[in-house]
Design a protein. Structure first.
Length: 125
């Protein structure tokens, strides 16, 4: 197995195990001053894992945007506008993921909140 696939698989497994619990719990905390040391570490870990996941899966925005545009606006726009949206969202999600992974230790925006909404490519908008 290639190292890149192993890392991606490990990051996604981590997200599946701890991602939703951390996200729900972190929404009740507004600042680092209000949080315990464990909550801060959990926020950092969640932000880092989310960043790695978005960097690795950003390319999925391309087919997603074609599909979503096709469903919402019809086949003609799905085949013409969808790829353009897909390229833009692929770049945006990949860069946002890299930014989150690099700045995981900074509690910005909010309390380690996601840079993009939805936080992951597989979540509904």
């Amino acid at each position: 197995m290639k190292p890149g696939r192993l890392i991606t698989g490990a990051a996604l497994a981590c997200l599946l195990v701890c991602g939703q619990h951390q996200r729900v719990h972190a929404e009740s905390i507004t600042s680092v001053e209000d949080a315990s040391a464990q909550e801060v570490v959990d926020g950092m870990a969640n932000k880092f894992a989310r960043g790695v996941a978005n960097t690795a899966t950003g390319w999925l925005e391309f087919p997603k945007q074609i599909y979503v545009t096709w469903q919402e606006e019809g086949p003609a726009k799905g085949l013409t506008v969808g790829p353009l949206k897909g390229v833009g969202m692929t770049v945006a999600r990949t860069l946002a993921g890299a930014g989150e992974a690099v700045t995981f230790f900074i509690s910005w925006p909010g309390f380690f909140d996601a840079y993009m909404d939805p936080a992951y490519v597989w979540e509904k908008e």
